[in-house]
Write a protein that binds this ligand. Structure first.
Ligand code: ATP
Length: 249
């Protein structure tokens, strides 16, 4: 259930790449526990917006607060502390493919572990039970010691989910998490992602190409077009005409 606490606040946030405004004057507030979909045509600025939200890319102008912090005012060590509470799932998974699954799941600890713990864990994995439990939750318990590149695209995406579970963030950002799987697996993955977000009362912001997935799984839809917010409305109030305008050539 959504609460009133704002987790993410954008006030006229823009991000420029040379002459191009990838994100332009976006203002919105996302509350704790909300599930928000980002929709828009290719190049609309969805990935850029997610990168601003997790602080991997600085904003060019405006004001952005995530978890109560103005990311652009933080020192690197403070920024890393906030980033530990933001889990990101990428379309390309960002997994180390030649390592066993357990190491990729354990990468969720990296913000917390010392360098020594991280290095030691590559030889003798720490927190095996926790990793096993996370894999159980995403339905691939038997893959703990499998090499990551021997998993299917959908299974690799589940490993990325397990890594975020281990990280246990307050905010989950997902950039087209279903892009590499078939429609049936896409439904399953989105259900799983929402279920994981719900049980942990996490806030979810997910960019999607599939409008149906957004309607079915998200409370609210932000429509981005050429970097601008075309609409920001509860999913039930987003009409086919609004969707048509969003994607029109
Ligand atoms: N690092 C960068 N350098 C220069 N331009 C960039 C960079 N990243 C994104 N852009 C530009 O910003 C715009 C928005 O790109 P972005 O990847 O955010 O769109 P998107 O909505 O995620 O697209 P897609 O659905 O195809 O992934 C594009 O025109 C892109 O070319």
């Amino acid at each position: 259930m959504a609460m009133a606490t704002p987790m993410i606040q954008l006030t006229r946030v823009s991000r420029r790449f040379a002459a191009e405004m990838a994100v332009s004057q976006v203002s919105t507030t996302i509350a704790a526990g909300e599930r928000v979909a980002l929709l828009g045509p290719s190049g609309a600025g969805k990935s850029t917006l997610l990168a601003l939200l997790n602080g991997s890319l600085p904003i060019s102008s405006g004001r952005l607060r995530v978890l109560g912090q103005d990311l652009s005012r933080l020192r690197p060590s403070q920024l890393r502390r906030v980033q530990r509470r933001i889990g990101t799932i990428y379309q390309q998974h960002h997994l180390v493919l030649n390592l066993p699954v357990i190491h990729n799941v354990n990468a969720g600890h990296l913000g917390r572990w010392s360098l020594l713990q991280a290095a030691w864990s590559l030889v003798w994995p720490l927190e095996v039970a926790k990793a096993a439990q996370a894999l159980e939750q995403v339905g691939i318990a038997e893959k703990l010691y499998a090499r990551t590149d021997q998993l299917s695209g959908g299974q690799q995406q589940r490993v990325a989910l397990a890594r975020v579970l281990v990280q246990d963030p307050s905010v989950i950002l997902a950039d087209e998490p279903t892009a590499s799987v078939d429609p049936q697996r896409a439904q399953e993955l989105m259900s799983l992602l929402c279920q994981l977000a719900d049980t942990g009362d996490k806030t979810l912001v997910v960019s999607l190409h599939d409008v149906e997935l957004a309607y079915r799984h998200c409370d609210r839809i932000l429509g981005l077009r050429q970097g601008r917010l075309l609409f920001d409305a509860p999913a039930a109030q987003v009409s086919p005409a609004m969707i048509a305008e969003l994607y029109q050539l």
